[in-house]
Each structure stands twice: as C-alpha cells, then as structure tokens.
Ligand binder design. Structure first.
Ligand SMILES: Cc1ncc(COP(=O)(O)O)c(C=O)c1O
Length: 464
C-alpha cells in the first residue's frame, strides 16, 4: 500500500502498554504514527500487535482469496528454518539457488517445453512480477528486431483482454507500452481471437491470454488465439508471441486436464507465469516465470551476482527475496508429486462442483461459472431488487465468511457477481454450512433488516 499522512486527531491514542513490574497491561499511551521514544517489553509489543490483528478476517473462511492459507507442519518448519536466508545471496546460500533451478526445470517440463535442454525461467515474488518480467523481455526483443529492420520503435503496444488482472495495466503504464484492451461482451466474459486480431499490428510486443481470469475463473481461448497468430505469421510475416497468464491454472490444468493444450505445446506460446502461492499450495509470495527458449530472455536484461566464485545470471525486479517460499514449493513438489497434486486438485474440483450444484438447487442464484476449469464458482443474485450482491457480501460477513462482490469489467459492468475460490481446506461439509448461511442471509435481506430497537428484544433470551 502507498501510505499517506493519516488524518486522525488521536494520533497518539493507542492505549495499551505492558508493565514489566506487574506483568499486566496499563493504560500508558504508545505513539502510533511517530517513532516511539522508549522501548517496551517483547511480550507487550507482541500482545499489542497480536490483539490488533485479531480484527483481520479469518483466512480459513476467506473464500475470496486464491492464495494458500494452510500448509503442512513440516512445510511450516522448513519455512521457519529458512526465513533468515536472503535468496539473492547465492554465494552464502548456494543450495537454495540449486533448489530454485530444479523447480524451474520441473515447471518447464510440466509446461511441455519442446526442447528439454533449452529453456530459462526464474522464481518471482508473485505472478505480477512474473508478468512484468515476461513482457519486458518481449518488449526488448521486439525493439531489437525493429532496430535491425531500421524501423521505428517508439510505439510498442501490448494486446490483452478486459478480463485480465490489473498487473497487465500496471505493466503497460510502468513500462510505457500502449495497452490495447480487447473488450469483453455484456454476456461473454472472455476475449475472442477475432477481436484480438483486429488489435495486433507490427508494434505488438505480445498478446496476453489468461487461464483462469480473476473475474470469473474462465479461460481465454488460447488455442484459437495461437492459431490466429500462426495464420497472421504466414499471411503478414508478423511473429507475435503469446504470454500466458496462468496465475491460477498453472498448477491445476497440468493435473486436471493434462491433454488440454494451453502451454508450450502451442507454437506461439513463448512465456508462461504462474503463482506458486495460489494452487502451487505455498503461502505468499512466490511466482514462476518460464520462457520457451533461452534466447527469449535478452542478455542485456540479465544481471550477474557472484556465486561460488562464478557469476550467476539473475532476472528479477527486486534484488533481495526470501528463500522460504522457494523451499516450501520444493517441499510440496517432493511431498506430493503428480499423484498428490492430482488428488488435491480433483478434490477441490469436486467440492467446487458440489458448491455449484448446491447454489443452483437453492433457487436463489444464477451461476456464471460452475468451476469448468479451475475450482472457482461465480454466481449472481437471480434478482437484484431490494438489495445487491454487495449487501449480501456484507451480511454473510456476520458469520465470518469473506466472499467478494464486484462488478465485471467495462461492457459487462452492469453485472454484479460473487466469487468463491475453493481451496484445499474448503470441504464438502463447509460447502453445506456456507450455502445454508448464504441462503439464510439472503432470506434475512429479503425480509428487510431490522435494527435492535425495532426488534422486540424481550422475546430473545439473554446470553451470558
Ligand atoms: C489472472 C491473474 N493474473 C495475475 C495475478 C497477480 O498475481 P500475484 O498476486 O501472484 O502477483 C492474479 C492475482 O489474483 C490473477 O488472478
């Protein structure tokens, strides 16, 4: 978050401080927005922060997030053991680097690189960094090609759908590339290859294709776009790379639909990102970026760090990075293997389908995506009369459930939807409890909510 001065009168109003003498809390002020003059006991500092963070939602009931909220105790142990290692210090911590390299190889093979000896990739903080690094390389390659051809290189553009994550717009603005956004339709929430074709020209550095859109969890038609770009290459000699944003699907599709061709089996797919911290089942923040061939990552964009007297190439935006999540990813890969990932993915998909069925059966909701490819269910209220999905989202929060409500991107902005991401710990039993709570909340809103004053409180039983 970019922070600014907090507008509050009670800037020094935190009221808890620990007394070392009596081991109790006292009402001494602790400044909140200026550096404290004095130290305090560790237990007091811990308790102050711990108590304040109780105001956060319960991650296990957070159905909004794609990001992992639970790992096995053995993974937690490895994470703690490696928290103090800066990943970039390859000279000091060479083995974490070796593990990262192994994972890049594993991911490249999982994504079917055509040449098992010729690919390159890196870990990142998340998919956003991976998308930026992927596109930056494509921008560089496009520019070099234009220079070689003695053509202008001052107006690069990148073509992607209105269904992409904000990180695509961020790339365009931060790296000075014109965003050509393919609109979605009022009743169709992914892009189609004809509209993409209209926007591609000789200045297009790459086309973005999303597998598992943030809005509805659907897939852009990757095969069709690949074919369209192959035809364009034949007809006009334009060789435009596809970057696949598989932030969500990158750890689902290889296990759930292994025959579905979306990755390097498609000729124009030149780079892929995924989030280790989503269905890679690792806590935040970890992402992966894989290039189809080594030559796609220009030499000029690599920076070298010292590694056991040798020079190791790096390609990241941030210099320092934690080692723990890389180690945790490796733990999952070793621990689960294809068998384990497949079984978890199938379970999540079956719970997602169960949720979709239950929502449908309730008769209250219209499904937009019933977890076709990834364990994400999106739905809307059948009729938005007296209240909206936003009201329902607030209401269900009373039971602790966090379910986002939001409007779809331009052209479909009149549709307000709710989205549930089914993660590993959201069992079928939890689905039952959730749907029952959701329907109850909806019925309460149907009746119109009453304030405590309006209710006859004497009829209730006091709870002590
Ligand atoms: C499709 C898609 N791309 C990119 C991102 C950004 O990923 P990260 O949070 O790993 O940076 C997200 C995040 O939800 C996403 O859904």
């Amino acid at each position: 978050m970019v922070s600014r001065k907090v507008k509050t009168e009670s800037i020094n109003a935190a009221k808890l401080q620990y007394s070392s003498k009596h081991n109790r809390f006292l009402n001494n002020d602790v400044p909140k927005y200026s550096f404290p003059e004095r130290e305090m006991q560790p237990r007091a500092a811990y308790q102050l922060i711990h108590d304040e963070l109780n105001l956060d939602g319960n991650p296990d009931l957070n159905l909004a997030t794609f990001v992992t909220t639970w790992m096995e105790p053995e993974a937690d142990k490895l994470i703690i053991e490696n928290l103090h290692k800066n990943f970039i210090d390859h000279f000091e911590y060479p083995q974490v680097e070796v593990i990262e390299e192994r994972i890049v190889n594993i991911m490249a093979n999982l994504y079917n690189v055509p040449d098992k000896e010729d690919f390159i990739g890196t870990s990142t903080i998340g998919s956003s960094e991976a998308i930026m690094l992927g596109l930056l390389a494509h921008k560089w390659n496009w520019k070099q090609k234009r220079i070689k051809e003695k053509k202008s290189f001052d107006r690069p553009n990148v073509v992607f759908g209105g269904d992409t994550h904000v990180s695509w717009d961020k790339f365009a603005r931060y790296f000075d590339v014109e965003p050509r956004v393919v609109p979605i339709a009022a009743d169709h929430f992914t892009i189609d290859s004809d509209r993409v074709k209209e926007m591609v020209d000789e200045n297009t550095i790459a086309v973005g294709v999303v597998l598992g859109t943030t809005f509805t969890g659907e897939f852009d038609p990757v095969s069709e776009i690949n074919q369209m770009l192959l035809d364009l290459k034949k007809e006009k000699g334009l060789d435009v790379p596809i970057h696949v944003d598989a932030a969500s699907a990158g750890f689902i599709t290889p296990f759930y639909e292994p025959d579905f061709k979306w990755d390097f089996r498609l000729e124009q797919v030149k780079s892929i990102n995924t989030s280790g911290h989503k269905f890679g089942l690792v806590y935040p923040g970890l992402g992966w970026l894989i290039f189809r061939n080594e030559k796609l990552l220009p030499e000029e964009l690599k920076f070298y760090v010292n590694y056991l007297g040798d020079e190791m190439p790096t390609y990241t935006l941030n210099f320092s990075e934690g080692s723990s999540m890389i180690v945790a990813q490796y733990y999952n890969i070793l621990r689960l293997g294809k068998e384990g990932y497949s079984s978890i993915v199938c379970k999540m998909m079956s719970n997602a389908h169960y949720l979709a069925d239950q929502l449908k059966k309730s008769g209250e909701f219209e499904l937009l995506n019933d977890a076709k490819h990834i364990p994400v269910v999106t739905f809307k209220l059948k009729d938005e009369g007296k209240f909206t999905a936003f009201d329902l989202s607030y209401k269900i929060r009373e039971r602790g459930w966090i379910v986002p409500a939001y409007s779809l991107p331009p052209k479909a902005e009149k549709t307000t939807i709710m989205r549930v991401v089914i993660r590993e710990n959201f069992t079928a039993d939890m689905v039952d409890i959730f749907v029952s709570d959701l329907v109850k909340a909806k019925k309460t809103l149907d009746k119109g909510t009453k304030t405590p004053e309006q209710r006859d409180v004497r009829k209730g039983h006091p709870v002590s």
